[in-house]
Write a protein that binds this ligand. Structure first.
Ligand SMILES: [Zn+2]
Length: 176
């Protein structure tokens, strides 16, 4: 009786361990998912943070490869149009040698504004994935039309993306 119970207990533990290994393996087999690329966009946002720029980062992905990395540069360039997405579109088109980004995915840590959503229309980008929602200048509520071929996904690493922005504005308030 005791032996049987002990064996069952070990079987139970072995099953938990096996499930753990299987779950993590499937994670290892698919490294190029939305979270993976959003983490890369977040790294760009952190670079912006360190420069005193509003921390928004973006990457453009083509066939599972990052072809452009960019972050907000509005202060550095003294240019209100220098949002991360605008930089990323220009860099991606330059890399591909063509202005359309049809089979590309834009990962950006903050929901695109009207300007960037408008620019994305002209790129005909395949998909936009964003992290934090932008409550004021967001393209969804302001009904900016994306290209009919552009899909979008919201809320990937939303918490990490918005925390970085909140930290930036909190630190800025303390300096003033
Ligand atoms: Zn923008």
């Amino acid at each position: 009786m005791f032996v049987k119970r002990t064996v069952n207990k070990y079987k139970f533990i072995a099953n938990i361990l096996l499930n753990f290994v299987i779950n993590n393996q499937s994670h290892m087999i698919q490294p190029f998912d939305d979270i993976y690329f959003m983490k890369k966009a977040l790294q760009e946002a952190e670079t912006a943070f360190d420069k005193g720029e509003v921390p928004v980062g973006a990457v453009v992905v083509f066939k599972d490869q990052i072809i452009a990395r960019a972050h907000n540069l509005t202060e550095t360039l003294n240019d209100v149009t220098a949002h991360a997405e605008m930089q990323a579109f220009t860099a991606a088109a330059d890399f591909l040698g063509g202005k359309y980004l049809k089979n590309c995915v834009l990962y950006v840590t903050l929901e695109p504004c009207q300007m960037c959503a408008g620019a994305s229309y002209w790129t005909q980008i395949g998909k936009i994935v964003y992290g934090a929602s932008e409550p004021e200048r967001d393209f969804v509520n302001l009904k900016t039309t994306l290209h009919p071929k552009t899909k979008y996904v919201a809320g990937i690493l939303e918490n990490e993306c918005s925390q970085l922005l909140k930290r930036f504005f909190a630190e800025k308030r303390n300096l003033n």
